[in-house]
Each structure stands twice: as C-alpha cells, then as structure tokens.
Write a protein that binds this ligand. Structure first.
Ligand SMILES: *Cc1c(COP(=O)(O)O)cnc(C)c1O
Length: 353
C-alpha cells in the first residue's frame, strides 16, 4: 500500500539526545486524514505544520477530541520496534465510540503509521532511555456553533523524539491522594483518552505541585474512597501476598502498560488481582507492614516508583522511599522487551522496516 507523500523541503536538524526532554520537538512530517460526508478518506503524509481552522471549529467549543500515545524504540542492532500498536488503535475506537466520533479502520491506521515511522526512521533516537513518541489524535472540525456531533473530523499523527519522562530519571515520586476533586465518574469518559479528562485534572495537579507532590492519585468520583489511577498512569500496589491494581470499572483508563504488567507479573508467577481497592486498605496494610511497593504504569514513564502517599494529614513512606525489587524487575523486563534488549516471549513488539 502506498499513500501520497508530500516531502518537506527543509528538514530540521535533529536535537541533541541530552536536551530532548518530553514532547518539545517534532519531526519533519505528519500524517493527516479527513472525515466528511464521504467518510474517512485521503490519508496523506505532509510536512509537519499548522492547521488552518475556523474559529467556529467545533472542537474548540465542545471538546470532541480523542488521542493516543505510543512509542517507537531503537534496538541495539539499529532496528525500530513498536510496542503492541494494535492495542492503541483498538483503544482509539473505544474512545471514538464514547465521543460519537466515526470509527476508524484499525488495520489501515496501523499500516499508515508504519509508513510514517518508516519515513521518519532517522528521527528515532538511539541514546539510552530515548524513543520516538507517537501521538495520533482526532478532532471535530465542523464550523458550527451548537451542541451536536460534528460531521467533519481530522485524524493526525505527529512524532516527537523524547528522553526519559521524568528529568530526574527513575527516581521515586511523591503522590498526593486527592479526596475532593475528581477526574471522572462511572458513566462518564474516564475510560477514554479524551482532552476534557486532562482539563478536569489540572487544578488538583497544581494544588499537589504547590504542596510538593509531583502527581495526583485519584479516588473514585462517587464515594471518594476507592483508588482509581494517577494523572496519566495506572497504579499498582505490591502487598505481601498479591499485586493489586484497580479493576477497569468505566472511570479508569485501560492502560496498555497496565495490561502488559498484569500479564508479565502473572507470567513471573505472582498473584495479580484487579479489584476494588479502598484507600483505607492501603493505609491499614501499610501500618501492618504488608505494603511493600507502589508504582505507576504508562507509556511515557513505563514504570514509575512511588516513595510517598499523602492524604490530608496522613503521609506514608513506601519501601524507605526507594524503588522496590519488583518495580525494578518489571521496569527492566518491560523496557528490555520494548528496546529489543531481551527476548520478547509475548509477541508484543513489531518491527518497522
Ligand atoms: C494514557 C493513560 C494511561 C496509561 O496508558 P498506557 O497505554 O499504558 O500508556 C493511564 N491513565 C491515563 C489517564 C492515561 O491517559
């Protein structure tokens, strides 16, 4: 399959690996496809650049937009791997369905993504812990004021070479347990990657930052008692006898890293329970000495150890503030598979030629 490619005339200089940071540089090309009365059509690769949009474009007013996040990794042999990309396109359709956005052909999106990444091969960095972040997104684009589902949409994929998500590296993070503001409720859009969920999370994030915490742990939106997830990560608790992550209940985003960790930990012989987890249970089992490790999971940071949980006037330190053994093992195994440093017994990686 060949799609139309309009090549950029002035390729940019590649940024130095040490200064990459996260989400600040974009490659020379992007993929664009439009939807109108004729459905989705005419996927094209074009030079990276601004969109011309009307001020009445519906996305600006009513927030009908969804996105995905995945990475391309450079292996020691110089090959390029994607990690479970079909899961991302399955999930974008789940998000589309909830937001009344016309569904996309998952296979076609994967084929066209492979073309784009292949064209931008040289942008996949090779320094340790670097990768090419991939951001597919869809937004409503009818020039219309009034609440309804749009008929015009734009699908676009942009690529950004990135370093480690946290500038400090794999240092454990301190997390603030939020029991007033909520991110999502069952029946809402919590299980989708849609722009509004992140707007809803900003205020609590700012308050947590002011208090010296880097992330917010959300509780459920109805009882404010059960653990849900962290900003853009799912969360895991390693107790003495089980690894627990909150069950996907409609308000939690079903992370692909989460799913991979559940599968990997079971493969390692651990008991993994996806269930309701009251925050009180976390504090109680910590007091009994049964809480060994806490970590977040997501594409951006992969696995992120948690050193402290703070809720109102209570604060607990986990594993003496250090990264736990299981957290380290999961990080090494998952990143080892992603960067092609160890064998992938699960068939999760897909090479881009
Ligand atoms: C993207 C995201 C995650 C992590 O999902 P991955 O597929 O593992 O990257 C978790 N929570 C939220 C709210 C997210 O947006």
């Amino acid at each position: 399959m060949a799609i139309e490619i309009e090549r950029c005339k002035n390729p940019k200089a590649k940024p130095d690996a040490a200064t990459l940071g996260f989400g600040r540089y974009f490659t020379d090309h992007m993929l664009v496809m439009e939807h109108d009365e004729d459905g989705w059509h005419d996927a094209k690769i074009v030079p990276y650049g601004p969109f011309a949009m009307e001020p009445s474009s519906m996305v600006i007013h009513y927030g009908q937009s969804v996105f995905e996040g995945m990475k391309a990794y450079r292996t020691p042999e110089g090959k390029i791997n994607l990690f479970r990309p079909e899961e991302n396109f399955k999930r974008i359709n789940l998000s589309c369905e909830r937001l009344c956005i016309p569904k996309v052909d998952e296979k076609y999106l994967l084929e066209t993504l492979i073309e784009l990444v292949s064209l931008e091969k040289d942008w996949v960095p090779d320094a340790p812990d670097t990768s090419l972040y991939i951001r597919p997104f869809i937004f409503a684009n009818d020039p219309f004021i009034g609440v309804k589902a749009s008929t015009r949409y734009i699908y676009c994929v942009i690529l950004s070479p990135v370093g480690a998500y946290y500038a400090e590296g794999l240092k454990p993070v301190k997390i603030y347990v939020e029991d007033e503001y909520v991110r999502a409720v069952k029946g809402g859009m919590g299980f989708t990657k849609t722009a509004g969920n992140y707007a809803a999370s900003l205020l609590a994030g700012e308050i947590a930052h002011q208090k010296g915490y880097s992330q917010v742990l959300w509780l459920d939106g109805i009882t404010h008692k059960n653990v849900e997830e962290v900003g853009s990560m799912n969360i895991f608790f390693k107790f003495k006898d089980e690894l627990v992550t909150p069950a996907l209940n409609g308000s939690i985003l079903g992370g692909i890293t989460r799913k991979s960790i559940v599968e990997l930990a079971r493969h390692m012989g651990l008991t993994v329970n996806e269930r309701t987890l009251p925050i009180e249970e976390v504090f109680e089992r910590h007091a009994k000495g049964e809480l060994e490790e806490v970590f977040g999971s997501g594409t951006a940071a992969v696995v992120s150890p948690v050193s402290e949980l703070k809720m109102n006037d209570r604060a607990i330190t986990i594993n003496n503030g250090e990264m736990g053994e299981l957290t380290g093992k999961l990080y090494d195994t998952l990143t080892g598979i992603q960067w092609g440093k160890i064998e992938d017994p699960f068939g999760w990686t897909m090479e881009v030629k």
